[in-house]
Design a protein around this ligand. Structure first.
Ligand code: ATP
Ligand code: MG
Length: 291
């Protein structure tokens, strides 16, 4: 591409970004033009659960990484999962998201959707967003472009070729930028962000698709104390609007965000309760927290 074309493209992008941000102040936010982006069916939570696992088992070469695991999560809940290395926390997320098939057991999203009948992309489409430990943003693109791209991969938008940002999308983008503390960095290249900011951007990309359930695997690993504190704030604002399952080893972080903490060990639930309760549980002290 010639430098001229590059420059033109850059100017167009800048104009578009400015328009989006102006749109936010002029349109009056979500109420003015918001339309649902994800048109997947409603999740039936009348039984008080958004996620339900019962007697789930999976073996790798005869080793039971998940062993008769039963667990459920209420709508809007922020559930923390802790436990020693190899306890099966990531494998549990692999099962919920369709990446790994269990040998036996039941996994339901709400009371009607049997997740074991669906593929990984279908499950994502239904409104289960997942964040892996390592940030996976597009380093060459700006913050804005990364969030825009997250919209394009939304199957509700028929073809990314003909994708145009409408006012509903713009409102959402501005709202997400604000939520993830990156409103002042829209034109920055993602590769130049700090580790923490990249993590927030990736969470923002998930939020663009308005997930009902968010699974976050060690979200504050490698963050500075300040970034960790801001992430705790962020999660507390997401709670209620979304259901969250957060796997973490950072106990000071868990202390700030937790309501119910589930301790996994050897593929099943060892203990569950408030952080204080599980911290005082002899079995938990034995296998995880130490004396
Ligand atoms: N695809 C796989 N093939 C073989 N073994 C696996 C596979 N996935 C996980 N395991 C094994 O299952 C066990 C549980 O691993 P998992 O990654 O779920 O633990 P974890 O609780 O997430 O640990 P950590 O806190 O270290 O992230 C480990 O012994 C791991 O080696
Ligand atoms: Mg893990």
């Amino acid at each position: 591409m010639t430098p001229d074309l590059l420059e033109q493209g850059e100017q167009r992008l800048k104009a578009r970004q400015e328009k989006v941000l102006r749109g936010k102040t002029e349109s009056g936010g979500r109420a003015a033009g918001f339309s649902h982006l994800v048109t997947s069916g409603e999740v039936d939570v009348t039984h008080g659960r958004i996620l339900y696992l019962e007697d789930v088992t999976v073996s790798f070469d005869g080793f039971k990484a998940i062993n008769n695991l039963s667990l459920d999560i209420a709508p809007g809940e922020l559930r923390c999962i802790i436990g020693p290395n190899g306890a099966g926390k990531t494998t549990m997320m692999d099962i919920i998201t369709g990446k790994t098939r269990p040998d036996s057991g039941t996994v339901f999203f709400g009371s009607t959707i049997d997740l074991l009948r669906y593929t990984e992309p279908q499950i994502a489409q239904m409104g289960i967003g997942r964040k892996f430990q390592k940030p996976t943003v597009f380093e060459q693109l700006t913050v804005f472009e990364n969030l825009e791209l997250a919209l394009k991969t939304d199957k509700g938008v028929k073809s990314s070729m003909f994708f145009r940002l409408d006012s509903g999308h713009s409102d959402r983008l501005a709202e997400v930028l604000h939520t993830i503390h990156l409103a002042g960095s829209v034109t920055r290249q993602a590769g130049n962000l700090s580790h923490g900011q990249k993590q927030w951007l990736e969470i923002g990309m998930l939020l663009m698709q308005d997930p009902k359930l968010l699974l976050l695997d060690e979200p504050v690993a490698g963050m500075t104390d300040e970034e960790t504190a801001r992430t705790a704030e962020l999660f507390l604002t997401l709670k209620g609007k979304h259901s969250l399952m957060v796997v973490e080893h950072d106990m000071s972080f868990i202390k700030v965000i937790s309501e119910i903490v589930t301790v996994l060990s050897e593929g099943s639930v060892l203990a569950q309760g408030t952080l204080e309760q599980v911290q005082n549980d002899e079995r938990v002290i034995e296998v995880y927290l130490g004396r």
